[in-house]
Design a protein around this ligand. Structure first.
Ligand code: ZN
Length: 296
């Protein structure tokens, strides 16, 4: 789709968008008493359960959610990915920071042909747009890239295309990637053997501080967009909410919004907002990682 047609689509979508109530919270531990604007749990539920099934329509829906979250139409970008049969695009928004060091926050917007693909991974993609809403007006040190990856189910195609398109200089300024995958079926989890240690440790300290649940789990033989970043030597973490005994929900008719627990999902969303703001505070984030990432 040409960018002009894409923008026209976005304008139509914006026309039908409805402003949603927001919660605000003061960051009392910040010297500037900044505020972030959380979406409400009801708003999240609505955005989860109305996602279209068609992957191309999901790209537009993600763009619409970014606009609803406060992005200007021209700030919503698409990036074509190399896929043989049908065109597909990553959809993203960049929030500039005080420095050009970058933190990427991603979920994948595509899904397999079975089920609604709400759990896997609209929960992640929808969280990305709402995290953007929460922190878009906060002054951050890092530049944030909020992105919905296409083609994840076809072999992490969107995240690989994103990384391939980076210059060497830009790649070196990518300090961390936070991947949100299959949230809200259970309480928040870290894919511990697929994530970098410093990112995992920070996630746990934030969860403890915010009194939000977070546990580790070890998963073998699975893939996620965080892998692409780790392969490119960018520290990455996957946060999910899919306990192993519920793995049968994904890539099956059970992947539907009724199987996302509203409270667990909202907790994961709040955790992610607080986590990203904490990562932003870390100077020289993860430059000194000596350990090689463990193979997932
Ligand atoms: Zn997935």
């Amino acid at each position: 789709m040409k960018q002009s047609i894409f923008i026209a689509f976005l304008l139509c979508l914006l026309y039908f968008s409805i402003a949603s109530p927001q919660e605000t919270k003061q960051l009392t531990n910040s010297p500037n008493l900044l505020e972030y604007k959380l979406a409400s749990a009801t708003e999240l539920q609505e955005e989860l359960c109305t996602v279209p099934s068609d992957n191309s329509e999901r790209e537009l829906f993600m763009a619409k959610l970014f606009i609803q979250a406060g992005a200007k139409i021209q700030e919503v970008q698409k990036q074509a990915i190399d896929i043989s049969d049908k065109p597909a695009n990553n959809i993203y928004v960049v929030k500039p920071g005080k420095t050009q060091n970058i933190i990427v926050v991603g979920g994948h917007l595509d899904h397999v042909n079975v089920g609604q693909g709400v759990i896997d991974d609209w929960t992640g993609a929808c969280a990305v747009t709402n995290i953007y809403q929460a922190i878009k007006d906060i002054s951050t040190k890092h530049t944030f890239v909020f992105i919905g990856f296409a083609g994840e189910e076809r072999g992490l195609l969107g995240s690989r295309a994103y990384l391939r398109a980076l210059t060497k200089d830009s790649l070196s300024r990518h300090k961390a990637m936070v991947n949100l995958e299959c949230l809200g079926v259970g309480e928040s989890l870290v894919w511990v053997n697929g994530s970098d240690k410093e990112l995992v440790d920070t996630a746990h300290s934030v969860a403890k501080r915010e009194n939000l649940p977070l546990s580790n789990h070890t998963l073998n033989g699975v893939g996620a967009d965080s892998n692409s970043f780790r392969e490119a030597s960018i520290p990455a973490i996957t946060i999910d909410g899919l306990p192993v005994d519920k793995f049968s929900f994904i890539h099956s008719p059970q992947d539907k919004c009724e199987n996302v627990n509203q409270k667990f999902y909202y907790d994961s969303y709040r955790l992610a907002v607080n986590y990203l703001l904490e990562l932003d505070k870390i100077d020289n984030l993860l430059i000194n990682t000596n350990e090689q990432p463990s193979k997932p």
